[in-house]
Design a protein around this ligand. Structure first.
Ligand code: SF4
Length: 468
């Protein structure tokens, strides 16, 4: 049986025990390491939730040098009263691929170590919608996915032809995906698929074949209860640091237009057969082609929002909704410069024009070109503080206040190049305000709307992020 480095006995560190909970009464303490429940090793919170769904739990714990067995009684709805230091006791599982389009291989050297993390972890796919290739799984992990029925999973397919997929993943050997997708469907697990489109590699007939073969795995075609529900097609993103890697062509304006036409030609048959569009193009295709943004109905239930698909539509709809609720006059004068990346510049500028119709409001938009990564990188999520500082300084008419969307910051509150918003404020000599990503959030940040009146539409990102 295949064994990987992921199968280590690490356990989950207890960070808190709720007072008067079953675990509290049984004597579990913060700082205990939960090793197993009823003999099942616990690697992460998914293991915990799965195995804690009994009324009586036998916990194996490590407390300092001591091994303990504690029985927890009267557990209701898998809630023993435990909280854990982290979700993944054994750390993030990483990939053993060398994808021709991998963004991490195109990053400059000497950035923060976590930025080079090549995660390919089925748990993060289930919990957060990260795309996984399913190439690094041991038999034990496969058994676990099927047993715990982790659905839906987000899977990087790229191509269904095994040899081509192997080439795209840089594995040097055919890497079949369809048998794995069928195994997941048979176990009641749905999949959202992703294709990173590399011109000249997996486009044309290859793309048609991939979409058709994935569509065969949709429940409406296979007759199964579960299957491949949607497919995202995102254009490859190339940075100026791409050296020593397999040659991959840029996606240009005409190519993007051709892709929109090709996918919409397939759409009618897919909808007739499956009752869904099934394949969605990333927002960036419409930007590159200069094509109109699709309407809300195009995205159905936004099944690929995890891949950023449809975020521009959500932004536009939120802007429209919030526009109806804006005051005629600002409660206090607003003068602000909004920073954004190239892809969102058009829609942010349009919204800024609406804001400027409010008395005592003057906003303008500074579009930041990504000088740091260069190449095709045009999304706000990959802007650096250095580019923002440099280009706001050069921007004629920059206002006293500068506003950036929080998508520019990593989860730790830092920009990609390690500067904080306070650092940027200090270097600009004017305050940098970080607002939420939606137009309604921006209105709250500018004091034009109270917090409670922000529109309830969910849009995590202004723009798509490159995926695995
Ligand atoms: S794109 Fe993802 S799966 Fe491919 S090499 Fe990079 S991190 Fe690994």
């Amino acid at each position: 049986m295949k064994q990987t480095a992921h199968e280590v006995d690490t356990g989950l560190l207890v960070s808190a025990v709720r007072p008067h909970s079953p675990a509290f009464h049984a004597g579990v303490r913060p700082g205990d390491l939960l090793l197993s429940i009823d003999g099942h090793p616990i690697h992460d919170v998914l293991d915990f939730r799965f195995h804690a769904a009994e009324q009586r739990l036998q916990l194996a714990l490590q407390r300092g040098a001591e091994r303990l067995e504690i029985v927890v009684q009267n557990v209701d709805s898998a809630d023993a009263g435990l909280e854990f230091e982290q979700d993944l006791g054994d750390g993030v599982h990483t990939c053993d691929n060398r994808c021709v389009f991998c963004f991490i291989h195109q990053m400059p050297k000497k950035m923060r170590k976590p930025l080079y993390l090549m995660d390919d972890d089925f748990r993060l796919s289930f919990m957060h919608g990260n795309y996984v290739t399913l190439t690094n799984l041991s038999d034990t992990e496969w058994t676990r996915i099927l047993e715990q029925r982790l659905s839906p999973l987000y899977v990087s397919v790229h191509a269904t032809e095994p040899a081509l997929r192997g080439t795209l993943l840089g594995r040097g050997a055919p890497t079949a995906i369809l048998p794995q997708l069928r195994m997941l469907a048979d176990a009641g697990i749905d999949v959202h698929a992703q294709i990173v489109l590399c011109p000249g590699l997996n486009d044309g007939d290859h793309l048609r074949q991939t979409i058709e073969e994935l569509a065969e795995e949709h429940p409406a075609a296979s007759g199964k209860r579960c299957g491949v529900l949607s497919t995202a097609i995102v254009p490859v993103g190339l940075t100026r640091f791409r050296r020593g890697l397999a040659p991959v062509e840029h996606v240009e304006h005409d190519y993007a237009g051709g892709m929109i036409a090709a996918v919409s030609r397939m759409e009618r048959a897919l909808r007739r057969r499956l009752g869904t569009r099934f394949a969605w193009l990333a927002d960036e295709w419409y930007f590159l082609a200069g094509a109109p943004w699709p309407g809300r109905r195009h995205y159905e239930a936004f099944p690929q929002l995890e891949d950023g698909i449809g975020t521009v539509r959500l932004f536009l709809d939120d802007a429209k909704n919030v526009s109806r609720r804006l005051p005629d006059r600002a409660p206090r004068p607003v003068q602000a410069t909004l920073v954004t990346a190239e892809m969102a510049a058009g829609i942010v500028t349009e919204f800024a024009a609406r804001l400027n119709r409010i008395a005592d409001v003057s906003v303008n938009v500074c579009t930041i070109k990504n000088g740091f990564f260069g190449g095709d990188i045009r999304i706000a999520g990959l802007l650096t503080a250095t580019d923002i500082i440099l280009q706001v300084r050069q921007f004629r008419g920059a206002h006293e206040q500068v506003v950036a969307p929080k998508i520019c910051l990593r989860a730790d509150g830092l920009f990609l190049d390690d500067l904080t918003p306070a650092d940027v404020s200090a270097q600009l000599g004017r305050p940098l305000v970080v607002s939420g990503n939606r137009p309604s959030d921006l209105c709250v940040a500018l004091g034009l709307l109270p917090q409670a009146r922000a529109a309830p539409i969910s849009a995590n990102r202004w723009l798509m992020e490159p995926g695995a």
